[in-house]
Write a protein that binds this ligand. Structure first.
Ligand code: SF4
Length: 354
């Protein structure tokens, strides 16, 4: 890495503890993660700080980015796999998603601020994320990503700017600008952490391990409050299966793609849930950002932007986004729209009770 401008290998490794250079450094140390839980030490302390930042702020802060702050590059690097181990061994879906998203934001912030040369960024993708399929065209000043890989990573980033139709595609390869590629890499980091956290991480018997787990459990109980009941005028029992499924996913702390968020928010608003309550429901999302969500929900409600209140997708459209969980009731009620389901189901229930 050295030789790519004004930054050191140590800083590089601390910023990107998943890089090839960091892996080599970790191998040289020859440590096993369980060793760190045998006694109190700075690595576990920093690992818990990473998890705390993720839970409380949704963003792991990078001390190496703060000017004048003396950080210990070894602690910074070693604490990354230790934090992942703790998150994986708790097995809490919300925490896993939240941690993965928070670390990926940190990586994105480091990349954006430091403006590493394209060659170094390429090296991070090819060596760190093992994306052997990425190349860089120095004439076009673009990273080249095969369409199939592009779709895999871009689908969760969402928004029109990432739609395949809006990309420059040449012979099965998407051309990404430097700026966009940084975001693309951070999504790769997120997915990589999710993969690592889905592998088993055995519980340990030491006091330091038990205390660490207890600390994280406490953090979670303070943050993950149960979703409050719906207002009285709204009948959640009449929600169609697609909407119930999305609410369950939120309750379990799962990530929801852009289309699913729009579908859920527009449905809830239409059946009479107030924007503030919708924002509260969305606050359970692992990548929740209050300001952005408030704007987004108010926009869908027609209180912002074009002042147009949006309708949820029709069943056909929901199906095309993979959001339909059709049941026999949907068939019996012959619905073409989730709002139709809500109205017809309530009517049928009322008739039954009369
Ligand atoms: S058929 Fe319509 S209402 Fe039923 S689950 Fe699918 S999208 Fe929802």
């Amino acid at each position: 890495v050295t030789g790519y401008g004004p930054f050191s290998t140590e800083e590089w490794i601390a910023h990107f503890p998943f890089s090839k250079e960091a892996r080599e450094f970790l191998e040289q140390q020859g440590f096993s993660i369980s060793t760190f839980f045998e006694f109190e030490n700075k690595v576990v302390e920093r690992a818990l700080e990473r998890v705390r930042d993720a839970v409380e702020q949704g963003h792991v802060l990078s001390p190496s980015l703060e000017s004048g702050f003396k950080y210990d590059f070894e602690v910074e690097t070693l604490s990354y796999p230790v934090a992942i181990y703790l998150v994986a061994s708790l097995g809490n879906r919300w925490l896993i998603e939240r941690y993965a998203s928070a670390e990926s934001k940190r990586v994105f912030a480091c990349l954006q601020l430091k403006r590493y040369p394209a060659e170094a960024v390429l090296q991070l993708a090819r060596g760190g994320l093992e994306w052997k399929w990425v190349t860089y065209d120095s004439v076009l000043k673009a990273f080249k990503v095969p369409v199939i890989k592009y779709v895999k990573y871009a689908v969760r980033i969402g928004g029109p700017a990432w739609k395949l139709v809006n990309q420059r595609v040449e012979e099965g390869v998407v051309l990404l600008s430097y700026e966009k590629f940084l975001r693309f890499i951070s999504e790769g980091v997120r997915l990589r952490i999710l993969e690592r956290c889905s592998q088993p991480a055995p519980q340990l018997e030491t006091d330091v391990y038990k205390k660490s787990i207890e600390y994280i459990r406490n953090l979670l109980s303070q943050t993950m409050r149960p979703i409050a009941p719906m207002p009285k005028s709204v009948d959640p029992g009449a929600f169609p299966p697609c909407i119930q499924q999305l609410l369950r996913s939120i309750e379990e702390g799962r990530h929801l793609p852009h289309a699913a968020r729009f579908f859920l928010a527009s449905f809830l608003l239409r059946v009479g849930v107030k924007p503030d309550r919708v924002v509260e429901i969305f606050s359970r999302l692992p990548d929740f950002n209050r300001k952005r969500t408030e704007y987004y929900v108010r926009h869908i409600a027609g209180e912002k932007g074009g002042k147009k209140a949006y309708l949820p997708y029709s069943c056909e459209r929901a199906r095309s986004y993979g959001l339909c969980s059709m049941s026999d009731v949907c068939r019996q009620l012959q619905v073409q729209h989730p709002l139709q389901y809500y109205i017809r189901y309530r009517r049928a229930k009322r008739r039954e009770s009369e």
